[in-house]
Design a protein around this ligand. Structure first.
Ligand code: ADP
Ligand code: GLC
Length: 514
């Protein structure tokens, strides 16, 4: 059990556990607020990055990677702090947490404690403590059977409410953000709480995936402690949509690629929210910023690889391919190795991948798959592995070390996503010289240059993917072209610098001085 849980259980929530402040630490800013105690000399704009997963502790997909990377990319310009629920992995992962305040409950939302800790690199992380809501094993969103936790409305309204209270200066008495950076539906309701309480802290809501909206039955409304405009902002076809509330109430909305930003304003891809999104776009309040990938994605220094390599010296990839074949129990061949690194959900088009697998195997190719997700999709992929022992390897679950080995050894990554807000896997693959075969949708359009850094196909259908597989096979048979594409993919700039600058611009447009 971590120190902080002991503290919060053995002290009344109103008891401050922090040592009294010494005079020298208590400098104030121009508005009379106390400056950060964590970094007292720093006057950069304070920004609270609110998120429901972070790769430092746990992740369900790419959101966790972005939450680990983006606040760090902005730390030199802004006083970035993260707010995350106190899941067991967060409590176990923080070296030292100190209690900084309490967040009083509201309607059906319970009281919580707020603690502050730092990651090894100094990144400050606020942890929202409520054992009943957050101290559960497994996924942040679903139980062991894959069903959404029944109290998710309260769990994530509580997180959102805490963000709004911190934004109002009522979380940590020593720190108040000038901006709330919200991410996806689990945090979107913060903007509605700010509106309901006539708060003035601006907010940006980043939509990582419009398909997950945080839809709840209207019977949850009394628990949320919202009424009037703020409650109306939630109402969505007889239900409550946390994401819609955020889209309605946040100062600015952005999503994780340019192409997806356009797509979500159309009926075909707007998940019922396109009209509202088109309206926010017309107001100049919707934009797209393509995600980056962090510096740890570097094949010349990745300790998970059997052989490191670079764009100039790729020979080590053959040893990595052998390591992947061994890990998945595949027979030795010199044919092309295809990989899938993905959540196993409808969005990712695994049914299309399964449909083209026989074509890949018929011409001497092999396939390895890692991921977990919907039971039906997992079963379909598992069955493929059983059908082609020695040619198709399947690992249900997720292990980043194995994913890295796959990117570093496979020739091609299959990514026939039906839609893809940004996608990180294709960028990880490119950086490791594994060429993506991707459906031309969302961020895949922004990050894959057809015939140069990967292959695009224009319809999420078996025929289109099959045609793309044939192109990839032909390229595999032309080593000079293959090598040139590999090099182009590896050298494509995809770090967080560019995205960081664009987020900073966005913050500045909202009046946050950096
Ligand atoms: P998404 O966020 O929709 O899953 P991305 O391509 O943005 O898609 O992110 C994929 C990344 O998420 C992978 O590179 C991998 O790091 C991680 N990932 C994929 N599947 C899983 C999983 N089942 N559990 C945890 N992380 C996963
Ligand atoms: C979502 C999207 C994915 C995106 C990720 C990080 O999970 O599905 O496309 O890359 O968030 O923004």
């Amino acid at each position: 059990m971590s120190a902080v849980v002991e503290m919060s259980r053995h002290h009344p929530v109103s008891t401050p556990l922090r040592a009294p402040l010494r005079g020298a630490q208590r400098s104030r800013d121009a508005r009379g607020r106390f400056l950060s105690l964590v970094e007292p000399a720093r006057r950069a704009a304070p920004v609270l990055f609110v998120v429901s997963e972070m790769a430092d502790f746990l992740k369900a997909g790419g959101l966790g990677d972005v939450a680990a990377a983006l606040p760090r990319a902005l730390r030199h310009q802004c006083d970035m702090r993260v707010l995350i629920p106190g899941y067991p992995s967060v409590l176990a992962g923080m070296q030292f947490l100190r209690h900084v305040g309490t967040i009083a409950g509201r309607a059906g939302l319970p009281d919580c404690d707020l603690a502050l800790g730092r990651q090894a690199d100094g990144l400050p992380v606020y942890v929202l403590l409520n054992a009943a809501l957050y101290e559960r094993a497994g996924s942040p969103y679903v139980d062991a059977s894959g069903q959404a936790w029944v109290d998710n409305a309260v769990r994530f309204a509580t997180l959102s409410h805490a963000a709004a209270r911190i934004g109002a200066g009522q979380g940590d008495p020593d720190w108040q953000p000038s901006l709330l950076h919200l991410n996806d539906w689990p945090t979107a309701l913060a903007a509605a709480y700010v509106r309901a309480d006539n708060g003035d802290v601006p907010s940006v809501l980043t939509i990582h995936n419009l398909a997950y909206q945080g839809l709840f039955d209207c019977t949850h409304a009394p628990q949320l402690g919202l009424d009037g405009d703020a409650l109306d902002a939630l109402r969505f076809h007889g239900q409550l949509s946390f994401l819609q509330a955020g889209i309605n109430c946040a100062t600015r909305i952005n999503t994780v690629s340019l192409h997806y930003a356009r797509q979500i304003t159309t009926a075909a891809d707007g998940c019922g929210l396109h009209a509202l999104l088109a309206q926010r776009e017309a107001e100049g309040h919707l934009s797209g910023i393509v995600n980056g990938i962090d510096e740890s994605w570097n094949p010349s220094g990745d300790r998970h690889l059997r052989a490191t390599f670079s764009a100039q010296h790729c020979a080590g990839r053959a040893q990595n391919a052998a390591a992947v074949r061994e890990a998945f129990g595949l027979q030795y061949t010199t044919g092309p190795l295809f990989a899938v690194v993905s959540r196993l959900v409808h969005q990712k088009g695994l049914d299309l991948t399964c449909a083209v697998a026989p074509q890949i195997i018929a011409v001497g190719g092999q396939l390895v798959v890692i991921g977990s997700g919907e039971p039906a999709v997992e079963a379909q992929v598992r069955e493929l592995g059983h059908r082609y022992p020695g040619q198709v390897g399947v690992w249900i679950g997720f292990e980043e070390a194995l994913a890295r080995k796959m990117f570093g050894g496979a020739d091609f990554l299959l990514m026939p996503s039906r839609f893809e807000p940004c996608g990180l896997s294709q960028m990880y693959a490119q950086r490791f010289g594994c060429l993506p075969l991707a459906h031309a949708t969302g961020g895949l359009v922004d990050t894959v240059e057809d015939g140069v850094t990967g292959f695009l196909f224009h319809e999420a259908s078996v025929d289109a993917l099959s045609g793309c597989v044939q192109r990839a096979m032909r390229t595999f048979g032309m080593p000079t072209l293959m090598q040139a594409m590999r090099r182009a993919a590896m050298l494509t700039p995809a770090g967080w610098d560019r995205a960081g600058r664009l987020y900073l611009d966005l913050y500045q447009q909202m009046g946050v001085a950096a």
